[in-house]
Design a protein. Structure first.
Length: 146
């Protein structure tokens, strides 16, 4: 198959006169995802960045979307129209999910879903064990020794 480019001409005539327009058609291709965002775990208030990528002709435009209901519904993230999205981890509420939607004249491709997991809990210590105060049975690690 040849990669030749052709230019076409359209000529329209009516009682007023003739107009001629030249154009080169584009072969459009549906966007194809080449990278999807990964899940992130971070403490509240931290900034995290998601990235995605797609190919297509013409180059597809991207719009990031957010879901706060486990993906049941999606809403555009205002102003999020680049291949990366930086968000601040929320203090409370559900763990949001994000995805990128790439669109051109040939169609749309949507990335996989990335979940933003809030990691605000420090490990809770219920008991401190030491050799001076061994657990009942006198052994650590279940080896039966003391």
């Amino acid at each position: 198959m040849s990669n030749a480019t052709y230019t076409y001409r359209v000529e329209v005539t009516n009682a007023i006169g003739t107009a001629t327009v030249g154009f080169t058609p584009i072969l459009a291709s549906t966007p194809t995802m080449t990278a999807s965002p990964f899940w992130r775990v971070a403490p509240p208030g931290a900034d995290v960045t998601f990235t995605a990528a797609a190919t297509g002709t013409p180059t597809p435009a991207v719009q990031w979307e957010r879901s706060d209901d486990d993906g049941a519904s999606w809403a555009d993230v205002a102003g999020a129209t680049s291949s990366s999205l930086t968000v601040t981890v929320p203090e409370g509420g559900p763990d949001p999910r994000f995805r990128a939607r790439y669109t051109n004249i040939a169609g749309t491709a949507t990335s996989g879903v990335a979940r933003l997991i809030r990691d605000g809990s420090a490990p809770e210590v219920s008991a401190i064990l030491s050799s001076a105060n061994p657990p009942v049975g006198g052994a650590y690690g279940g080896n039966g020794g003391g």
